[in-house]
Design a binder for this molecule. Structure first.
Ligand code: GDD
Ligand code: MN
Length: 465
């Protein structure tokens, strides 16, 4: 490692260097020995000839702790060593880390030799508050493969572990991305088996604890074991088809064909990013490779009650996201039914509990009915926004007026429509009213689903290298 000495570049594009850490605008990577900033590193770097970025050559030797960063704020990963080709690697091992200072060194020591033979690189996506970045930088200087680090500032740590994996997937250029934990519970020596299975013809290879020789003995307690099984059972009940034949959908160790993932379509919440990939891509060819979940080496697990709650929310959100039109229609009908109940309750309250507020007699009834209808439409709108069509583009305010017109229009149409249907349905007015309600609900759904809440035209799959 450099001893805080001067690092010179042929051109003047050094942002900062030396023990003092990065200069203004750079991320804070505590303890890093030297930080050189290039806007882009594109050219190949061989052995101890100069690494090049637009003709810029840092006078450093291979193995020194040098960080090459993308433009500030670009959230591009930082290359921590300049020891190998910067061309597209075959395998990117993506390691999410949060306070793993004691583990990243031993992890890189075991990963390096494994990846050197595979044409691999390591990408850490780090949300640490301890000195994990410095530990990564130090270990990178001795590693035999390129090591990159994407350190997320506290304000950018959306999605926790899953969000980190999402950002890593967006930054990965390798043919295969292998996601593994940074605490050595996932044996690096299994990575070649994952890649071999992937290259036999799969989009996703899950390292499983629950098939073949696999084992979960490293789970910290019996309770964790039970919780893990329970989480798996719940997921299987909600997504029987997508998870069929996958023995460990909760695994944090897997390989995925990088180009098959559209990171922008993921909505990760916490730990179970593999589950989300499986559920959102039911057509993927999935293979499995057994492994033994080892015991954690240093530090503590970040699993917690908060993570469990996040997981439950993620299950619900995923179920809603992939339910398709039939699922949306069922929810829309349920919301409509609940709106009728709200309507009746408000009406009863106005007429019985506070008759003075609306006056007595026929005009009082009309005022009460109109007021109750408005409350019910508001109720329907709120639930439709949050539960039937969550996460749609645009602002809810822009949808409020069309939604209101649609609902009031449907109400006005109900009586004449029932009148028309009555002779067709054997003269039963009750039946005709029921049929009118169902038809109008379907019509409202069609307008909402196809127009008011339509998804923006799906972006073309972003061309990925
Ligand atoms: N970047 C980032 N951000 N990394 C995180 C975060 C976060 O918020 N939370 C945890 N990590 C990292 C940890 O540093 C570790 O490298 C890895 O993600 C797994 O976290 P652990 O805290 O070690 O999780 P675990 O061992 O309890 O759970 C693991 O095994 C489970 C199987 O039972 C994970 O792989 C789970 O995904 C898996 O389901
Ligand atoms: Mn762990």
């Amino acid at each position: 490692m450099t001893q805080g000495g001067e690092i010179s570049l042929n051109s003047g594009r050094v942002a900062s260097r030396g023990r003092g850490g990065p200069g203004p605008g750079g991320p804070s990577l505590p303890g890093m020995d030297a930080l050189v900033r290039l806007d882009e590193v594109t050219k190949r770097y061989d052995g101890d000839t100069a690494p090049a970025g637009d003709g810029v050559s840092p006078q450093v030797s291979p193995g020194e702790a040098v960080a090459v960063m993308g433009p500030s704020g670009s959230r591009k990963p930082t290359l921590l060593n300049l020891i190998a080709s910067l061309d597209r690697p075959r395998v990117c091992v993506l390691v999410p880390t949060r306070n793993e200072a004691g583990n990243v060194g031993p992890l890189l020591a075991r990963l390096g030799p494994v990846l050197a033979g595979l044409g691999g690189e390591v990408l850490f996506v780090d949300d640490s508050d301890d000195d994990t970045p410095a530990a990564v930088a130090a270990a990178a200087s001795a590693a035999a493969v390129p090591v990159r680090l994407l350190h997320r500032a506290p304000a950018d740590r959306t999605g926790g572990l899953g969000g980190a994996v999402q950002e890593g997937l967006a930054a990965a250029t390798a043919a295969w991305t292998v996601v593994m934990d940074g605490d050595l519970q996932h044996p690096p020596e299994r990575v070649p088996d994952l890649i071999a299975a992937a290259e036999r013809g799969a989009d996703l290879v899950v390292a499983t604890r629950y098939a073949g020789e696999g084992s979960a003995r490293g789970l910290s307690s019996r309770f964790r074991g039970l919780a893990s099984q329970g989480a798996g059972t719940a997921a299987r009940m909600l997504f029987p088809r997508a998870l069929a034949g996958v023995s460990d959908p909760m695994s944090g160790f897997f390989a995925v064909r990088t180009a098959a993932v559209h990171p922008g379509d993921l909505r990760p919440r916490g730990f179970k990013i593999l589950l989300e990939l499986l559920v959102r891509n039911p057509g993927w060819r999935v293979a499995e490779v057994p492994f033994t979940f080892a015991e954690r080496q240093h530090g503590r697990s970040k699993a917690s009650g908060r993570e469990a709650a996040r997981y439950l929310r993620q299950l619900v959100a995923l179920r809603l996201a992939v339910a398709g039109r039939a699922g949306r229609l069922v929810r829309f009908a349920l919301v409509g039914g609940s709106g009728v109940v709200v309507n009746l309750v408000v009406l009863a309250v106005l007429l019985r509990v506070a008759p003075g507020a609306v006056g007595t007699g026929p005009s009082g009834h009309i005022i009460a009915a109109v007021a109750a209808t408005q409350v019910a439409v508001g109720w329907n709108f709120a639930l439709t926004e949050r539960w039937v069509f969550p996460g749609r583009p645009g602002h809810w305010v822009a949808r409020l007026l069309p939604f209101w017109v649609l609902n009031c229009g449907a109400l006005l149409a109900q009586l004449p429509l029932a009148g028309r249907l009555q002779p067709l349905l054997g003269g039963s007015y009750v039946l005709a009213t029921g049929a009118a309600l169902v038809l109008l609900m379907l019509a409202r759904f069609a307008v909402c689903d196809r127009w008011l809440y339509r998804l923006a035209g799906r972006r073309r799959a972003t061309a990925r290298p």
